[in-house]
Design a binder for this molecule. Sequence first.
Ligand SMILES: *Cc1c(COP(=O)(O)O)cnc(C)c1O
Length: 400
Amino acid sequence: MNKNNISFIDLQSQKKRLAGRIEQAIHRVLEHGVYIMGPEVAALEKQLSAYCGAKHTITCSNGTDALSLVLMAKGIKAGDAVLVPTFTFAATAEVVALLGATPIFIDVLPDTFNLDPNNLEKGIEVAKALGLIPKALIAVDLFGQPANYDQLEPFCKKHNLWLMADAAQSFGARYQNRKVGTIGLATATSFYPAKPLGCYGDGGAIFTDDDDLAAIIRSIRVHGQGKDKYDNVRIGLNGRLDTIQAAILIEKLAIFEEEIQARAKIAQYYSEHLKDLVTIPKLNENTTSAWAQYTICLKNQNREKVVKTLANLGIPTAIHYPNPLHKLTAFKHFPTAGTLHIAEMLAENVLSLPMHPYLDMELQERIIAGVKEAVALEQNQQAQANQQNQSTKVSNVSAA
Ligand SMILES: *Cc1c(COP(=O)(O)O)cnc(C)c1O
């Protein structure tokens, strides 16, 4: 890779830091040969529970299956409605639809990008008007910050819904005095390589304090097994985490808390220097973020042009997400809780900057300077275009 190009997410620096520990961990699995449900899987589950405080950790094949396993265990089916934010990764709503149930799309807040608690009642009304039974709410902790659980929990209680946290981006974060993994009936996370805690392939986990739910999820994870693997008592999945991935995650978990701290520092530095220029992500009081993404919202600047200028400076960016789910071909026939204006505005204006724990000060400065330059250039061009418009109007007037 060109030395001048910055990585959007840099996995090589982490690998270097771990100095062969991951290779050794993989080698140990190759030696003992228990590739499926080997000892590293149980060891990782224990360590993850210790890390976040959840009574049960059930690792699984990926973050999408983590969501599915919970919905399946709770018997979500056709005729059920599940409230989901529209501004998220497709998997959050996809799993609901896959089971034949109906996702109801809810709008989000402009500053935290998380569920707008004031739009939830409308979601219940819409579900009932369609003859659906509202069963659950999936809250997404978008870009790493936990959703507004203080408001979501009483709402769920009032309407007798169970709550799942889609923490694919927020594992490692904290909501007041609670760690992500201990909020709601169950929490689902992902170990996709680019997530804050990622493995070298696909992986995921479910956290819950509910003994019965944990037992059902463990059964569904292996084809609905009963007392053994040829005693199938329910319809399930092949949803296990590979032993090699568990071994890799054990090594990464050892340095995860430090990485979360490093991400927080970088985010703070970005925010300090960009706050007068663009809308910076808002962190709620007593809340930390895992900073899966550092996402800004442009104020009237042309995003395409800003992206191009940054790319020319060797600074990669990404758009999370270019469309709210309710606008996508796969989802546009599902109901929404009214017009979801904020999500639509965000989809047009958000921009994610490089974020990983190994961005040194020099790179941070270069990225900040790059954003300043790109935004200024765009504003100058806009001002010039406006001036030209004005003078054309004036000369048209004098010609008339
Ligand atoms: C990544 C992600 C998922 C899906 O996780 P996979 O491991 O890729 O299946 C689900 N929800 C959100 C919000 C995500 O960011």
